[in-house]
Each structure stands twice: as C-alpha cells, then as structure tokens.
Design a protein around this ligand. Structure first.
Ligand code: NAP
Length: 267
C-alpha cells in the first residue's frame, strides 16, 4: 500500500491501531476504504505469518510504557485504538498509560465475552494454572485452545492426554507423556469442532473467554456434547473508553477534534 492510498496526505489525522485481532484487521480495512486517516497498525509479532492487514504494519514490542510514549510522540500520533486481544492486558495497560502521558486520545475496541448459555457445562478459572488444576487428578482427554506461549502450564498435570491446537507449532514440544498437536488458524465451524471433539474422545475443553464468533464453534460443540469447559476469565483491563464494534470506533473518530472525516469530505 502506498502512502496516498492510506490517507497519508498532509493533515490527515494519524491513527495507531494496536492489533492482533480480527477486529483490528476489520477496522484497518474500513479505514482504508473510507480514507481520511493515516493509519498504522502494530502487532506483537507472536504469529509467524500474520494475516495481511490493509495498513502499514510494524511488529514487536515498543519497550514498555516509555517506549510507546516515545513512539506516539515521534510518530505524531493523533489517536490510539487499542484493538488488542482481550487477554493482552499488559499491552492495554501500557497503552492507556502511554496515551495519557502523551496526551493522545485512546479508545479500546473490545469484543464482548462469551456468556454461559443453557446447556453449557462451564467451570471458571481465574488464570491458566488454575484452569489446569481444575481439570482434576483423574486422567482426562483435553482439547487445549490456548496460546502456544501459555501451554507450558499443562506440564503441571501430566496425568491427562492433551490435544493442543495452536496457530504455530509448540516448540520445543511439551514435557508430557500424552500430548498431540494440531496447527490451525480459525475460524473454526461448529460442525468441524464437533467432529474433532468426537474423533479424539475429548471430555474436557480448556479455553480462554476470548469472545467473538471465529472460535465460538468449539464452545457450541462442547455444549452439544455435554463436554465440560474450563473457561479462563479475562484479565483486568484499564478503565478507558471502550466500544465493542468497528462502527463504534468510526463514530468516536467522527467526534475527534480537527479530523477530516470521510463524511465531511463527501466520501
Ligand atoms: P501482553 O501480555 O499484553 O503484552 C506483552 C508485551 O508484548 C507488551 O508489553 C508489548 O511489549 C508486546 N505487545 C503486545 N501486543 C502488542 C502490539 N499489538 N504491538 C506491539 N507490541 C505488543 O500480550 P501477549 O503477550 O501478546 O499475549 C497475552 C495474551 O493475549 C495471551 O493469552 C495471548 O494468547 C493473547 N493473544 C495475544 C495476541 C497478540 O496479538 N498480542 C493475539 C491473540 C491472542 P512492550 O512492552 O515491549 O511494548
């Protein structure tokens, strides 16, 4: 994408999207279509082959709050959209503090958490070690839907047989007697999840309450099969203005002072 395609004409408000989610990609696409903003997107660099995004993209940490504050100033960022994953709480706290220090408005785009539905067999856990503990002492067959940087916690409970699904391979493999691995990136359809749970005779599912449709299929399939879900609750996030959809971001941007909105420019 060249500079003018991305709305980098002189005077266009400069937006930094903190990404790593489908919502961030959707937002970048919507802003690219509208024009009028100079958008850049930042990724943590966790996945080897991130999906393409319609915005110039940087990858890797900023170096804490100080590093992000410096970035906001050097890049003359006018607004920050925190569209990170609901579990990327460190980044969200850093962003809130850096934006406050730099005097840059910040909005969080956060998808709603999944809510327990009739038929769901859920046990809540405050964090991943607690979720692993809640699998219990008797051996179980567990589908693990966690980030590959989080699955080492499974080594505390080697009595279970694990099916570990992640986007990139878990390397080195876990020090566990019974662990199998699937590399796959969502979205995952309910029917496919049902087939997976059945084929592997899964009797417990370990999941974060990530929310969203792309990975909800496993929750619906577990409900249909009466499989217990150990659901890791979301971490605490900073208290900042928050919307739960891309339209809400666009409305917020319309209200930002001094911006050349697509509506005003007749786009
Ligand atoms: P985190 O714990 O919030 O962030 C740790 C550090 O990673 C941050 O302090 C920051 O480094 C860097 N970072 C995170 N997001 C960034 C971004 N968008 N741009 C630049 N740097 C970023 O997040 P995490 O370690 O990535 O993941 C925590 C949880 O979120 C896990 O459960 C993971 O599975 C889930 N998750 C994260 C992502 C993602 O894209 N990060 C995607 C899907 C799921 P500096 O302090 O150096 O700036």
């Amino acid at each position: 994408m060249n500079a003018s395609e991305n709305g980098r004409e002189a005077g266009a408000p400069r937006l930094l999207i903190l990404g790593g989610t489908n919502e961030a990609r959707d937002l970048a696409a919507r802003l690219a279509a509208h024009g009028g903003f100079a958008v850049s997107l930042s990724l943590a660099g966790r996945t080897r082959n991130p999906l393409p995004v319609e915005a110039p993209t940087r990858s890797g940490g900023f170096g804490g709050v100080d590093g992000l504050e410096a970035h906001l100033k050097t890049e003359r960022i006018d607004a920050v959209i925190d569209a990170t994953h609901p579990f990327a709480a460190t980044m969200s706290h850093n962003a809130a503090e850096a934006a406050r220090r730099a005097g840059v408005p910040l909005l969080a785009l956060l998808r709603p958490a999944w809510q327990r539905q009739p038929g769901d067999v859920w046990r809540e856990a405050a964090d991943i070690p607690e979720a692993v503990e809640k699998l219990g002492s008797a051996p179980r067959r567990v589908l693990v839907a966690l980030g590959r940087n989080e699955v080492r916690a499974l080594e505390a409970a080697p009595q279970h047989a694990y099916l570990v699904r992640s986007i990139d391979p878990v390397l080195p493999p876990l020090a566990l007697p019974q662990a199998r691995y699937i590399e796959a990136r969502g979205p995952f359809a309910e029917a496919d999840e049902y087939a997976l749970l059945t084929a592997h005779r899964i009797d417990a599912l370990l999941s974060k309450n990530s929310g969203g449709e792309a990975t909800y299929g496993k929750i619906k399939a577990a409900r249909a099969l009466g499989i217990e879900v150990i659901m890791v609750a979301r971490p605490a996030r900073p208290e900042v203005e928050t919307v739960d959809n891309v339209d809400g971001v666009l409305e917020w941007l319309e209200r930002l002072p001094h911006h050349s909105s697509p509506a005003r420019r007749g786009v």
